[in-house]
Design a protein around this ligand. Structure first.
Ligand SMILES: N[C@@H](CCC(=O)N[C@@H](CS)C(=O)NCC(=O)O)C(=O)O
Length: 206
């Protein structure tokens, strides 16, 4: 199976970590593709050209959550909350929404300063701070090995983006329980190795 990705995509990062942690890292070929490039190999199978995209035979999956659920099925592990466990599904949705807002904010910050929408930045800041406060009051730094779940990886990926783009730069001081929780995940090699980097940053075409 092949995962089309970009190294700094938080959604692809979740899939890469999930694959490694479920023992499927070697079974997943990684193909770094450009975003918004008309010659992207993703477009013929997924017209919007978004990543992450998992292709396995004639199966094409284009949502991180679906990709992780598919990896769960292959590995026999569980990262994605099953329908039926509605509390877990609900928590997962909150974490994914948090990642979505952080991603929107980070994309805006990649635009030239004079083109950034003030109102979008204000809304993102307010929503992210509400999310941070909620997480800070609900997470607990794990005593042993941090559990690998899609829910947790959404937050790991979101905080990685915040750190990289210096969004709400006071978040570690202002939300110390969340910072301690995050530190525990940062000790995992697949998490540390997949953090966004300046080297992998590419201009985002309009
Ligand atoms: N809902 C998707 C979101 C994936 C997504 O937003 N991917 C971004 C990269 S992080 C993308 O492909 N963007 C294409 C573009 O900006 O044109 C998921 O959960 O996988």
């Amino acid at each position: 199976m092949k995962l089309y990705y970009t190294p700094n995509s938080p959604y692809a990062r979740i899939c890469r970590i999930a694959a490694i942690e479920s023992g499927l890292g070697d079974a997943m070929e990684l193909d770094w593709v450009g975003l918004r490039t008309p010659d992207s190999p993703v477009i013929p199978v997924s017209p919007l050209g978004r990543i992450p995209l998992l292709v396995d035979g004639d199966l094409v999956l284009s949502e991180a959550r679906h990709i992780c659920a598919y990896l769960d099925e292959k590995s026999g592990k569980r990262t994605v909350a099953p329908y039926g466990d509605w509390q877990a599904v609900s928590a997962e949705a909150q974490s994914l929404a948090f990642l979505d807002v952080v991603t929107v904010w980070s994309r805006e910050m990649r635009r030239p300063e004079e083109e950034r929408s003030r109102s979008l930045l204000e809304v993102a800041d307010i929503q992210v701070r509400r999310g941070l406060a909620h997480l800070n009051s609900t997470v607990k730094a794990p005593a042993g090995a941090p559990p690998i779940s899609f829910d947790a990886l959404c937050v790991v990926a979101a905080l990685g983006m915040m750190q990289f783009y210096a969004l709400a730069p006071d978040w570690r001081q202002s939300y110390p329980a969340l910072a301690a929780w995050s530190d525990a995940y940062d000790t995992i090699a697949s998490v540390a190795d997949s953090a966004p980097s300046q080297d992998a940053l590419r201009p985002l075409a309009p």
